[in-house]
Design a binder for this molecule. Sequence first.
Ligand code: ZN
Length: 72
Amino acid sequence: MKRRGRGKIGIVHTSCKRCSKPLVMTNRSIYGAYVAKTIYEQICSSCITSEEHHDLLRAQAGAILENGSSQK
Ligand SMILES: [Zn+2]
């Protein structure tokens, strides 16, 4: 499948910034929430605070709404 204007999404292995637990993330934001992804994707679910998690979800939700017509 070809997507115009978007590179393909790859998997990147990284580690949690806080506990060094191995993490797998996409090298691109699926939902376009670049800022939130950059900050929070390198923090595992055990280390992220509820406040940070809420912030991430909110950023993703906003991006989904913006991209809703072009995303599945
Ligand atoms: Zn962690």
